[in-house]
Design a binder for this molecule. Structure first.
Ligand code: NAD
Length: 497
């Protein structure tokens, strides 16, 4: 099925700075069919996009425009996204394999993020400082950083670009975005809508552009001397490389990396609900979620009953075509990624884990072409196993046991990651105690996965640096400037001569 094909490539050639120095086929992970062919940027294309963004920034008509002017563009983009909601939902599902229901959430959440930053930026007036010295004034103001490179992963293409694009534009930056080479389609479409709005608003050419391609294109952006800030979401290996590339010109760097997220269940939890959310935590989007609750930490007394129910329900999950109503979970993103996940499962079994559910590809004939894997529950796991220590990023849930609070916290924190996690208990004091001891950027008590644009998102430890969303998500894209004024200057005579 061809949905975008030459339309987007033509569009990119016409409106944006990307030229067709090569092309890449975009694959539907449901059936391995080619859904689009898009332009691939060369290093020269990256250079031209960045220099255009530099010129657009220095022009000042966007970066120093009244905040309301930029907020109007974001609000317009939110409106346009909702007008084209069905198209975006379908495209996101075709591209990523996730279900239509998940894509609807993503499109609506993206809209909310655009609206949130449009509103927040309008209230960001800086502050005055009492200097304690008569005849002086002191103000602290926030200004755009400059040219921002926005690099996003394949699992939440729309959502991830909105977390960067909305605050970056609201603050007055110019941007060059690079979506994942695996799932660029909704970002391309979003930028098409954005270009129209920017043109209408009189923003200079180059204010927001896209370059398409893989890691080499991302690396060219991260190392470009005219890029002032790199905001990167993706895996740790690429993230470290971005940080190194940014070091030469001391760019600001924001990194949202992986997680190995604990989901802790105490015996006093509502167990039906805890089982239900353990499934959502681990298997939403086939576990290809940075905050996936991939490590279930169970109180020992719950072991038999909880894992039996978990495995029973995991076996009932309906996997299939994300575009078909009734599908509960889609495929993995690629054959190579599924191979990697299968290697983790085989390794865990060799190390002594016990398979309670899944571990195999589905047998349905219609699922043979796509990259499917059954939701997998691995019991009797230990903290030293690779499947427990490393981010698998697939439909694999490991089960470890604990005896008391201290052990639960120690197991949960025994990882280089620190992104998110949950604790299940009806004891309010215990919930708060555990939440305060977990070294994680997000802790859910009796829930899993909710987030709101108003609250910061990001990781402790090697899950990243900086924060997205909330007021801190805007600050990432701002420099802070102190302006001091002396009202009636006179010689100071520090030096007598
Ligand atoms: P990835 O690191 O392979 O790629 C991410 C992006 O970086 C892509 O656009 C890719 O082309 C680009 N890239 C690759 N190498 C690069 C380099 N050397 N320099 C610059 N750019 C480079 O990650 P992925 O497989 O697309 O995404 C999955 C990862 O993303 C997982 O680790 C997941 O946990 C993480 N993730 C984190 C969050 C979060 O909020 N913390 C959200 C979503 C995904």
């Amino acid at each position: 099925m061809k949905v975008l094909v030459s339309h987007s490539a033509t569009h990119l050639r016409r409106r944006s700075l990307v030229t067709e120095s090569g092309t890449r086929e975009i694959i539907n992970p449901y059936d391995a069919s080619v859904i689009a062919t898009v332009a691939e940027a060369s290093t020269d294309d990256v250079d031209r996009a960045v220099l255009a963004a530099r010129a657009a920034f220095d022009d000042g008509s966007w970066s120093h425009a009244p905040v309301a002017h930029r907020a109007d563009v974001l609000t317009g983009l939110a409106d346009a996204l909702q007008e084209h909601r069905d198209e975006f939902v379908r495209l996101e599902t075709l591209d990523t394999g996730k279900t239509l229901a998940e894509s609807r959430f993503d499109v609506d959440d993206t809209t909310a993020v655009l609206r949130y930053y449009a509103a927040l930026s309008a209230t960001d007036a800086g502050r005055t400082v009492d200097t304690g010295r008569p005849g002086t004034q002191s103000r602290v103001v926030h200004e755009p950083v400059g040219v921002c490179a926005l690099i996003t992963p394949w699992n939440y293409p729309l959502l991830q670009i909105s977390w960067k694009l909305a605050p970056a534009l609201a603050a007055g930056n110019t941007v060059v975005a690079k979506p994942s080479e695996l799932t660029p389609l909704t970002t391309i479409r979003l930028f098409e809508l954005l270009q129209v709005l920017l043109e209408k608003a009189g923003a200079p050419r180059g204010t927001a552009d896209l370059v398409l391609g893989g890691g080499a294109v991302g690396a060219a952006l991260a190392g470009h001397p005219e890029v002032d800030l790199v905001s990167f979401t993706g895996g740790g290996v690429s993230g470290r490389s971005v940080m190194r590339a940014a070091a030469d010109t001391v760019k600001k760097v924001a990194l949202e990396l992986g997680g190995k997220n604990p989901n802790i269940v105490f015996p006093d939890a509502d167990l039906d609900t805890a089982v239900d959310f353990a499934l959502t935590a681990a298997f939403l989007h086939s576990g290809q979620v940075c905050s996936a609750g991939s490590r279930l930490l169970l109180h020992r007394s719950l072991h038999a009953e909880f894992t039996a129910e978990l495995a029973r329900r995991a076996d009932l999950i309906r996997i299939g075509d994300g575009c078909a109503e009734g599908t509960e979970s889609g495929p993995l993103i690629s054959a190579a990624h599924r191979d990697k996940v299968e290697r983790y499962i085989a390794g865990a079994l060799a190390e002594g884990a016990v398979l309670r559910a899944g571990g195999v590809r589905p047998t349905e004939p219609e699922l043979q072409a796509g990259f499917f894997l059954r939701p997998t529950v691995l019991d009797e796991c230990r903290a030293d196993m690779a499947v427990v220590r490393e981010e698998v990023f697939g439909p694999v849930l490991t089960v470890e046991l604990f005896d008391d609070e201290d052990e639960a916290v120690a197991l949960a924190n025994d990882t280089p990651y620190g992104l998110a996690g949950a604790v299940w208990t009806q004891d309010t004091a215990r919930g708060e105690r555990i939440a305060s001891r977990l070294r994680l950027g997000t802790v859910w008590i009796n829930d899993y996965h909710p987030y709101v644009p108003q609250a910061e998102w990001g990781g402790f430890k090697q899950s990243g640096t900086g924060r997205e969303l909330g007021p801190a998500g805007l600050r990432e894209y701002q420099e802070t400037k102190h302006i001091w004024r002396t009202l009636d200057p006179a010689p100071q005579r520090w030096f007598a001569g």
